[in-house]
Design a protein around this ligand. Structure first.
Ligand code: SAM
Length: 279
């Protein structure tokens, strides 16, 4: 790793951290190494980094990959990144909000694209939802996120962490934990612990459903009312009660169960049975 550290760069430019932009910069080299190694980025890969900060992780990714596109929102970081990374021919900076970027414009016809990021925590869920739902053709997402959020992503059925975000991730990806990261690995220190995880995008969704929109709606309703039975939670779908009853019977799923006890496969069966009766 480079001896020229995050702290040095922050000091050199008199950079002022913005809390509202989720700026907690990494200062721990072992964490950097674990993110880069965990991402399995190699010289054939195009990397998209969200929120490069002062470019500490970016530099390591530039050394390992074919090209890095880094998307940064903060005006003050743009000149710093341009100066600090000027020697890398394979670096391209995109000054924009990651939530507004069309990733397909970057991906183009590239064979292997990987996303790597120490994410700003205030936008973790919308960024992940965007990356997964918008049908982008990348291989993996390796990210540092809040530990509690990572636990929801990795949760097992019938636990309190299991929820609609778990099922969204399961639908599109295989997910593995890489490591925990303590607050002392950042400046300024965040209030919470973090975790690095890797999500490998599946070539097709884990379950094939007839109506994807309905499938996710059923999941959302089931978890909006976690303490309710499926029968009571799914009343909100405003489906005729007899039809809903018939769909439950056909699916073989007991309507007295709670949503958090259903696997993704069971949600798929239930969704298809409801969809069939609605046609
Ligand atoms: N990658 C650096 C590191 O590991 O030290 C910085 C990570 S810091 C947690 C998050 C970074 O995301 C900051 O540089 C912040 O300015 C940037 N950021 C915040 N919101 C953003 C957004 N909507 N789009 C792009 N970048 C954003």
């Amino acid at each position: 790793m480079d001896n020229y550290t995050t702290k040095d760069i922050v000091k050199k430019y008199g950079f002022k951290f913005s809390k509202s932009l989720g700026q907690n910069f990494l200062i721990d080299d072992t964490v950097l190494t674990d993110i880069v190694n965990g991402s399995e980025v190699n010289e054939e890969d195009i990397v998209i980094e969200i929120g490069p900060g002062v470019g500490t992780l970016t530099k390591e990714l530039l050394r390992k990959s074919k090209k890095v596109y880094a998307i940064e929102l903060d005006d003050d970081l743009i000149p710093i990144l341009q100066k600090e990374l000027k020697d890398f021919q394979n670096f391209e900076l995109i000054h924009n909000d990651a939530l507004k970027v069309d990733f397909n414009e970057i991906i183009g016809y590239e064979a292997s694209v990987k996303v790597v990021a120490n994410l700003p925590y205030y936008v973790t869920t919308p960024i992940i939802a965007k990356l997964l739902k918008e049908n982008y053709r990348f291989k993996s997402i390796t990210i540092m996120i809040q530990k509690e959020v990572a636990e929801r992503f990795l949760a097992k059925c019938s636990t309190k962490e299991y929820g609609s975000i778990t099922l969204l991730i399961q639908y599109y990806c295989n997910i593995i934990p890489i490591r925990k990261v303590s607050q002392s690995s950042f400046i300024p220190q965040p209030k919470v612990e973090s975790m690095v995880i890797k999500m490998d995008r599946l070539s097709a969704p884990r379950v094939i459903v007839k109506n994807e929109e309905l499938f996710f709606k059923i999941i959302r309703e089931s978890f909006n009312f976690r303490r309710k039975t499926l029968w009571n939670a799914l009343k909100n779908l405003k489906i005729n009660a007899d039809m809903l009853k018939a769909a439950f019977i056909k699916s073989g799923i007991d309507d007295r169960r709670r949503g958090e006890t259903l696997s993704i496969e069971e949600f798929a069966v239930l969704s298809d049975c409801i969809d069939e009766l609605l046609r």
